[in-house]
Design a protein around this ligand. Structure first.
Ligand SMILES: NC(=O)C1=CN([C@@H]2O[C@H](COP(=O)(O)OP(=O)(O)OC[C@H]3O[C@@H](n4cnc5c(N)ncnc54)[C@H](OP(=O)(O)O)[C@@H]3O)[C@@H](O)[C@H]2O)C=CC1
Ligand SMILES: O=C1OC[C@@H](O)[C@H](O)[C@H]1O
Length: 400
C-alpha cells in the first residue's frame, strides 16, 4: 500500500473549539482505521496576538515548526496551508471564510455556517469561482453512528420515515453563567442564541434522516412553523426555539413526513447529565431508531422493531490515550482519558476531499447547508429575531 498523504492545516482562531479540534486532528488516524491520509498543523492565527497563537500551538501539541500569526490577514497568505479550519463565532464566519477563499485556501468552517442563507450562498459562489473545497463543520454527520443510522433508513429497516422528533438543549443557566450578556451563547453581536448554536444539531438530525436519505433528485425543502422565545436580558438572541416541519415526499417514498426540532439554552435534553432520554426519535411503520444525547456527540443508538425486538448499541469514540476530551462549548474542556472528541472524522473527510479533488463534503454538501440556513432564516423571521446589520450583511470586507 502507498504511504499516507499529509494534509497541512491552518487554524484560524484559538478559542475553545479550535483547541479541541486541533487536538483531535493530531490523533494518529490509524487508531480509527484511516491509513491513506495524515493531518498536520502548519500554522495558527489569533486576532488577539501572535503570542496567543504561539501558546495555542504549544497547548495543542502542534509540531514545533508550525507558524504563529497575530493576524488572520497575514495567516491566509501562508503558502504552506492546504486547508483552513475557521473557529470563530457565527457572526464572523462569513468574513473569515471569505478572507480564506479570496486568498485561495480550502475551508472547513464551524457551524452555524453563517448568520443567514444569503451569506452561505455567497461563500458557495466564491468557492465555486475559485475551485476550492468548502464545507460546514457539522462533525456529527461524519460519525460512524450517523452513517449507521442513515444506512438503517435507506435499507428500509423501519420503513419510510414518517416522523422525527429531535432536540438539542442544554440548561446553561445563562443568568448565572453569562450574566454580562457578552458570552457568545447570548450575545447578539456574535449571533448568539440557542437556534444557531444548538438548534443546528436538532435540525441536522431532522435533515440527515428525512432529507439526506432521499435520492438527490427527490429532495424537497420543508414548510415550517416556528416559535421563538428571546432571552430577556439581551432580547436579541433566542433562549429557545421550537420548529415544526413538513417534508413533501412522493407517495412511493412514504408521502408527507413531519418533524419537530426543539432547542433551548434554558432546559436540557439530558437533565442533570442523565442520558437515558433519546435526543432524537426517528419513527417509521416498521420501528423506531433512537439516538441518545448529546445530539452533537451521540454514542448510543437503540432500534426498536415494531414486534418489540430491541437492538441497543454503544458507539465509543476512539482515542488513543489522551483524546481532546469533551468540550462543553462555553468555556470548559472536560478531559476524558482514552476518548477523542470525534471531530477527526470530519477532518478526515475534508482531507480526503482535498486529496481527491472533491469540492464539497460527502454527507453535507453546500446546497444542504444553504437550505438549513434558509430554514433558520425562516425561524428567525417568524420569531422576529434579527441580528445587527453588520453581521447580517454580505458586504465583504466589513469590519466587525
Ligand atoms: N463543533 C462543535 O462541537 C462546537 C462548535 N463550536 C462553534 O465554534 C465556533 C467558536 O466557538 P468557541 O470556540 O466555543 O468560541 P470561543 O469564544 O471559545 O472562541 C472563539 C475564538 O474566535 C476568535 N474571535 C475573533 N473575533 C472574536 C470576537 N469578536 N469575539 C470572540 N471571539 C472572537 C477568538 O480567537 P483569537 O483571539 O485567537 O482570534 C476566540 O478565541 C462557533 O461557531 C461555535 O458554534 C463551538 C463549540 C463546539
Ligand atoms: O457545537 C456545539 O456543540 C457543543 C455545544 O455545547 C456547543 O455550545 C455548540 O457550539
Amino acid at each position: 500500500m502507498s504511504s499516507p498523504k499529509t494534509v497541512r492545516w491552518g487554524i484560524l482562531a484559538t478559542g475553545g473549539i479550535a483547541i479541541t479540534f486541533t487536538k483531535d486532528l493530531l490523533v494518529d488516524p490509524t487508531t480509527r482505521g484511516v491509513k491513506h491520509l495524515k493531518h498536520t498543523v502548519v500554522a495558527a492565527a489569533s486576532s488577539s496576538s501572535k503570542s496567543r497563537a504561539e501558546e495555542f500551538l504549544k497547548e495543542t501539541g502542534s509540531p514545533s515548526d508550525a507558524k504563529a500569526y497575530g493576524s488572520y490577514e497575514e495567516f491566509v497568505k501562508d503558502p504552506n496551508i492546504d486547508v483552513v479550519y475557521v473557529a470563530t463565532p457565527h457572526s464572523h464566519h462569513y468574513q473569515n471564510a471569505m478572507l480564506c477563499l479570496e486568498a485561495g485556501k480550502n475551508v472547513l468552517c464551524e457551524k452555524a455556517f453563517t448568520v443567514n442563507a444569503e451569506q452561505a450562498r455567497e461563500l458557495a459562489k466564491k468557492a465555486k469561482e475559485k475551485t476550492l473545497f468548502l464545507m460546514e463543520a457539522v462533525w456529527t454527520r461524519y460519525f460512524p453512528l450517523s452513517i449507521y443510522v442513515r444506512e438503517q433508513i435507506t435499507s428500509g429497516r423501519i420503513g419510510p420515515v414518517a416522523r422525527v422528533i429531535s432536540d438539542n438543549s442544554m440548561a446553561l443557566d445563562p443568568e448565572k453563567n453569562m450574566a454580562d450578556g457578552k458570552n457568545r451563547m447570548v450575545n447578539p453581536d456574535l449571533a448568539g442564541g440557542a437556534l444557531l448554536d444548538l438548534g443546528i444539531y436538532a435540525l441536522t438530525w431532522v435533515f440527515q434522516t428525512l432529507y439526506h436519505t432521499q435520492p438527490e433528485k427527490d429532495r424537497k425543502p420543508p414548510k415550517l412553523l416556528a416559535f421563538v422565545k428571546n432571552y430577556e436580558p439581551t432580547e436579541k438572541a433566542d433562549e429557545h426555539s421550537t420548529i415544526i416541519l413538513s417534508f413533501p415526499r412522493s407517495k412511493e417514498a412514504g408521502g408527507e413526513a413531519h418533524a419537530v426540532a426543539t432547542t433551548s439554552l434554558r432546559v436540557a435534553t439530558a437533565p442533570g447529565g442523565n442520558m437515558d432520554t433519546p435526543c432524537c426519535r426517528i419513527q417509521g411503520p416498521k420501528g423506531e431508531i433512537q439516538v441518545f444525547p448529546h445530539s452533537f456527540r451521540p454514542t448510543r443508538t437503540k432500534i426498536i422493531d415494531s414486534d418489540g425486538k430491541v437492538e441497543d448499541k454503544e458507539w465509543p469514540i476512539p482515542g488513543p490515550g489522551k483524546g481532546s476530551g469533551w468540550y462543553n462549548g462555553f468555556g470548559g474542556s472536560l478531559q476524558s482519558e482514552g476518548e477523542g472528541q470525534g471531530m477527526f472524522w470530519e477532518a478526515d473527510e475534508a482531507a480526503d476531499a482535498i486529496l481527491n479533488g472533491r469540492k464539497e463534503g460527502k454527507f453535507l454538501g453546500l446546497d444542504e447547508s444553504i437550505l438549513i440556513m434558509e430554514v433558520m432564516d425562516e425561524v428567525r423571521k417568524q420569531g422576529g429575531l434579527v441580528y445587527p446589520e453588520k453581521i447580517e450583511t454580505t458586504k465583504y470586507p466589513t469590519q466587525l
